[in-house]
Design a protein around this ligand. Structure first.
Ligand code: SP5
Ligand code: ZN
Length: 341
């Protein structure tokens, strides 16, 4: 498997997040990518660095003003004499909604963010842009004829919407990979998100499009992050009517029910007659994950890989979540290993 990875991910580090009423070191930390990288080196995979894509390529799936905000936010913060990790503390929720971006950095941050758990530090933009370029490069490689490629993205992306960041995500790497495949000739692209959390950003971006199917298997938003989206009755709208499928599952779900949902998801991908597949690959479904509550074990990840590979489609896998434990490397290697055979 060809791996696309950038060392620039380390620029996004030392942020803090609001977790159960306290500021704690962000769970989404650089060691994650190192654990994965080491496991993939050990498994003998080949690595390349991402190609250069112009910042305008991001505007295919993101609001240009949002991209401009992300690329300048920390500099504006420093101009006001601050430093370190930025978090918002006020949001335009319900009664405050006027869809107006305030001039000041604090208000603008609350406008574009949807949680207080996604810190921006000085190097966040460099890391997020490099991460997006990894995903777009993996898509380009597949469009050029490689059967599958994996983008070792950090920070992750599937929570990032057209004009909003959160859930440790800034730019939607998986959506950018899907768009790159569309622009390089695949007429119908499916996104099958297996991260523990609902892929709300990807759903938002493709909500009204009929050329990209979005499917997500995740912890029910009744109790799990991102709480407000990811329910089974969200089916897409306009030209995208019927092109979104959410498969929420309760806390404690193990392999039997999870793999049944995967089969349902793959049936939807086949029924859509997808020509290419993007897999936002979170391994926070692992039983030992510190912030999640499914019960998948190490032996299940090669089985996930085998079922995904059996779809027989050109496939781009994009790293999403999976936290704090060395096993995330083993589990990602387990999924990717199934694609070799
Ligand atoms: C990409 C990705 O996996 N993002 C996840 C973002 C989750 N952020 C908030 C998590 C709140 C979880 N509550 C912790 C419960 C601990 N048992
Ligand atoms: Zn997740």
């Amino acid at each position: 498997m060809q791996i696309v990875h950038s060392p620039l991910h380390v620029r996004h580090s030392d942020g803090v997040e609001l977790h159960r009423g306290e500021l704690v070191p962000c769970y989404e930390k650089p060691e994650r990518a190192e654990y994965i990288r080491e496991a993939l080196v050990d498994a003998g995979h080949a690595f390349v660095e991402p190609r250069n894509f112009a910042v305008e390529t991001l505007h295919r799936v993101h609001d240009p003003a949002f991209v401009a905000f992300l690329s300048t936010a920390h500099a504006r913060w420093r101009e006001e004499g601050r430093d370190g990790s930025m978090l918002p503390s006020g949001f335009p929720a319900r009664s405050l909604r006027r869809d107006r971006v305030p001039e000041g950095i604090n208000g603008a941050m609350g406008y574009y963010a949807f949680d207080a758990g996604t810190p921006i530090v000085e190097g966040t933009w460099d890391a997020a842009f490099a991460s997006a370029q990894c995903a777009m490069t993996a898509a380009a490689l597949v469009a050029e004829g490689m059967p599958a490629a994996y983008a070792l993205c950090r920070p992750p992306g599937h929570h990032a919407a057209r004009g909003a960041y959160g859930g440790y995500c800034f730019l939607n790497n998986s959506a950018l990979a899907a768009q790159e495949l569309r622009d390089r000739g695949f007429g119908r692209v499916a996104v099958l998100d297996v991260d523990y959390h609902h892929g709300n950003g990807t759903q938002d971006i493709f909500q009204e499009r009929g050329d990209v199917l979005t499917v997500s298997i995740h912890g029910t938003p009744e109790t799990e992050y991102p709480y407000f989206l990811g329910f089974a009755d969200e089916r897409g709208s306009g030209e995208g009517e019927g092109c979104n499928l959410n498969l929420p599952l309760p806390r404690g779900t193990g392999w039997e029910a999870w793999s049944a949902a995967l089969d349902t998801a793959l049936e939807a991908v086949a029924a859509f007659r997808a020509e290419a597949l993007v897999v936002p690959l979170g391994v926070d479904t692992y039983e030992g994950d510190p912030i999640s509550a499914f019960g998948l074990r190490e032996e299940h990840f090669p089985m996930i890989g085998a079922r995904l590979a059996a779809a027989g489609l050109p496939t781009v896998l994009v790293q999403e979540g999976g936290y704090a434990v060395r096993e995330i490397g083993t589990n990602v290697a387990g999924v990717l290993g199934a694609f070799e055979r």
